[in-house]
Design a protein around this ligand. Sequence first.
Ligand code: THU
Length: 156
Amino acid sequence: MEKTLQIHYREVDSPDLLDPADRDLLQRAIEASRSAYAPYSQFHVGAALRLADGSVVTGTNQENAAYPSGLCAERTALFAASAQRPEMRDYQALAIVGCDAGGTLCEASPCGACRQVMAEYERLQQHPLRVLCYLAEGRVRLFQSVADLLPFTFQI
Ligand code: THU
């Protein structure tokens, strides 16, 4: 039987059209991206995760001369939050921004491994984790749930 899967997302043309809390989170991700450690790709990624109590944990990509040893910004933020606040493993939203070698904000879309990690925390908390991706020129893509970013997640 053939089946079709639909995903839902929203795009806005400017951060000004976001809720103030989402706008702030995006701003935190932009600020975080400036402290990325990305000497090899020169692609700086910032992630900002808002916890259920309103606090924010940020992450940036951390590269390494042994390339696969590096880690994306999203997982750096999620793992830091999970490690530092295990009692608050409850996440409202994750904002992601990318910045190219010239310092220009550009499209950021989480890689598959980061989606898998997001999906597990979303399953754990039993309510949606929203994801905001900065696109370019102020445009932002919003997903109401990680389920829209990664269907048929691996789980055991
Ligand atoms: N990167 C992230 O931080 N997040 C993603 O979702 C995709 C890629 C990083 C990894 C690497 O440091 C650089 O971007 C180029 O791939």
